[in-house]
Design a binder for this molecule. Structure first.
Ligand code: HEM
Length: 402
């Protein structure tokens, strides 16, 4: 029989002794002493208010398990595929097929080739010495024509002087892939090694206080050997522009993954959260939001699969001609979709969606940080414009009769 002294509860067949914890409980002691909770099976109430990770964090409070019962709630194993519909792309979901991917992917053998070729590549890909891309500057933003970081050619190679801003990973990087302007006015790409003359200062951003390692980087008369020039003999500008397609691809893929995670959180919450005795998902307006989330993310997914296929099939020159515009428009579409999805998710979660701990913490984090993808690798308006200018250029140079 539950009373004021009862300090244990059952959650998912597990028995927890709360005598040492009740007075410290972030949700207050009173709720734990409530006769409907204390000494009872509180599984449903618990999962309405806590993420399952809370149980792992406080596993030390568990004193036993109900005889003959098995815990029913399965926690997500990091790295495992989600069983929630639409939380994974179809090619990772049981029962679906893909025109693009095969069952087996020999990533390890591809890496092994790459690793043998070059010390810097080996260092970076093996994770021994992190590398970062240093293009953006305070003066020029991502306008590569306006870069001011200088590379001066000497008999022994290059000397680099200048600064870079918003460089992700720079705090931990050993190598910096730096876009510089040579005295001739041409862009050269140099791999600068951390050492004398290289300094990194952390920048606090909305998307990361420290974990992204975002930094302001200064190069003060840093010597770079000639073999560290990327694509020597080719215009550095073309190398940067060619890389943009891949950079935007990565950012878009991350944005799509984020949208799926947010959808997963929302579907779970909408089916679990009860309002006026009914699950949130019984409200048509909530189901409309979920439907919109799926439509947005699946449209982005189909477009990126198509572009990925084209990237794997086209030559570098063909990619530059045909895909720069497509990739720009897709990234713009995907980051706008992610903002709409984040806004819907906050409405579904209410106050929890703007709270940094508890049930809505992923929603809050996504909503607060997603603009990194909407800006990094080209802001949305710039990309939209680029995509349309490329289409107009192709159209103007063709012999289509109207
Ligand atoms: C093993 C048992 C429990 C543990 C270890 C525990 C732990 C916690 C923790 C760590 C929080 C902070 C929020 C978070 O990190 O999610 C919290 C909040 C809370 N807990 Fe518990 N709790 C337990 C059981 C319960 C039960 C049975 C109830 C009542 C039904 C309850 C009601 C609440 C409430 C109302 C909050 C505040 C939620 C919010 O701010 O949205 N807790 N609990």
């Amino acid at each position: 029989m539950a009373n004021q002294d009862t300090q244990w509860i059952i959650i998912d067949s597990r028995v927890f002794d709360l005598s040492s914890f009740a007075s410290l409980h972030p949700g207050g002691q009173a709720v734990l002493l409530d006769p409907e909770i204390a000494g009872q099976d509180a599984t449903e109430r618990f999962f309405e208010l806590h993420r399952s990770e809370v149980l792992h964090r406080y596993a030390r409070l568990q004193i036993g398990i109900i005889e003959g019962e098995e815990p029913q709630i399965k926690s997500h194993v990091p790295g495992a595929l989600s069983a929630v519909p639409y939380a994974e792309p179809t090619w990772l979901s049981p029962g679906y097929h893909s025109p693009y991917y095969k069952e087996v992917f020999h990533l390890s053998s591809i890496l092994q080739n790459l690793l043998c070729e070059n010390k810097i590549v080996e260092d970076a890909l093996s994770g021994k010495k992190p590398i970062c891309l240093a293009v953006t500057e305070a003066f020029a933003g991502s306008d590569v024509q306006g870069l001011r970081c200088k590379a001066t050619r000497t008999k022994e190679g290059w000397i680099v002087n200048g600064t870079k801003k918003w460089i992700t990973n720079a705090m931990w990087a050993h190598y910096f892939v730096v876009a510089c302007k040579a005295e001739s006015g041409e862009i050269v790409i140099l791999v600068v090694e951390r050492g004398e003359g290289v300094q990194t200062k952390p920048i606090r951003t909305a998307y990361s206080s420290s974990s992204a390692g975002t930094a302001f980087v200064t190069f003060d008369s840093v010597r770079v050997p000639p073999e560290n020039q990327l694509g020597a003999g080719h215009p550095g500008l073309n190398i940067i522009l060619a890389n943009f397609n891949h950079e935007r691809w990565v950012l878009t893929a991350a944005t799509i993954g984020g949208q799926r995670l947010i959808f997963e959180e929302c579907l779970k919450w909408a089916t679990q959260r009860k309002v006026f005795g009914k699950p949130l998902s019984s409200q048509p307006v909530i189901r409309q939001k979920l439907a919109a989330m799926i439509s947005r993310v699946e449209s982005c997914q189909s477009w990126i699969e198509n572009i990925t296929f084209q990237m794997c099939t086209m030559s570098a020159k063909e990619q530059a001609r045909h895909l720069a515009g497509q990739m720009s428009l897709l990234k713009m579409h995907a980051t706008r979709a992610s903002q709409a999805t984040a806004a819907d998710a906050v409405q579904i979660f209410g106050g929890r969606g703007i709270t940094q701990t508890g049930m809505g913490r992923f929603i809050e984090h996504y909503h607060r940080t997603l603009l990194i993808d909407a800006v990094g690798g080209g802001a949305e308006d710039v990309l939209a414009d680029l995509g349309i200018r490329q289409a107009i250029r192709i159209f103007s140079s063709s012999s289509i009769v109207i």
